[in-house]
Design a protein around this ligand. Structure first.
Ligand SMILES: [Cu+2]
Length: 236
């Protein structure tokens, strides 16, 4: 068992640092690990051109990558689409100024010269969510359009270069890259492990008191992250 684990780890490390022609100065983005499914970041915003944008970022059951849920509602039909959206480097400025958010999150220094190849997402800018997972549909003009996916290169860990919680933001663009909405990524919830999270049914079996099953039990939505009622209520 140990041998296989070690071999897998070495293969992972080796793969992570192979540099291909289309990638950044610092190589491909490594697959991230240890992203807790009890941690929730979110970005919620609106502007004159988009009635609502709501993005959730949580860890995964196996800790690999980050589960992203993104919904965009009633984009102004005068804005040409389909639409781009990214994690940007800095916070939104005063008066919802999206220019203040700077460039895309790009810790491996890939730059903008070539478009993201959807078949090689590890070579893309880490923050290029629509490049890696598809643009937001024109359907976002007439109601709410949503998507969800696991992005294997985002991180919820503050010591990772691909961390999205350190004063990053989401920018929504029209197809010409004009910034038509933006909002900060903030920590929405962090459920502590080890039984300190309040639960009437907590036992001493060593099970985390709140897991996916717990979320289902309290009737939260399909988002497993809805385990905390207050946050669940906010999301719904
Ligand atoms: Cu952008």
């Amino acid at each position: 068992m140990h041998f296989f684990k070690s071999a897998a780890a070495i293969a992972l490390l080796t793969g992570a640092y192979v540099v291909s022609a289309d990638t950044g100065e610092k190589g491909d983005a490594p697959v991230t690990e240890n992203n807790s499914d009890k941690v929730v970041y979110e970005a919620v915003f609106s502007s004159s051109n988009i009635e609502a944008a709501r993005l959730n970022f949580t860890g995964t059951e196996d800790g690999v990558g980050v589960l992203v849920h993104a919904c965009f509602t009633n984009v102004n039909a005068s804005q040409p689409g389909p639409y781009l959206y990214h994690v940007h480097d800095f916070l939104v400025g005063p008066n919802k100024n999206c220019t203040s958010t700077g460039a895309h999150l790009d810790p491996y220094l890939r730059g903008e010269l070539t478009a993201c190849d959807v078949d090689a997402p590890e070579t893309c800018q880490v923050g290029d969510l629509s490049g890696k997972h598809g643009k937001a549909s024109l359907d976002a003009r007439k109601g709410t359009w949503c998507t969800s996916y696991v992005d294997k290169y985002l991180s919820l860990n503050s010591d990772d270069e691909a961390f999205i919680g350190n004063d990053r933001s989401i920018v929504f663009h029209n197809i010409n890259k004009t910034r038509i909405g933006c909002g900060n990524i903030v920590l929405a919830n962090e459920m502590s492990g080890g039984g300190s999270y309040p639960s009437p049914n907590a036992t001493s079996t060593g099970e985390p008191p709140i897991a996916t099953g717990g979320a289902a039990r309290v009737g939260a939505s399909g988002l497993a992250l809805g385990a905390v009622l207050a946050i669940g209520a906010m999301l719904l």
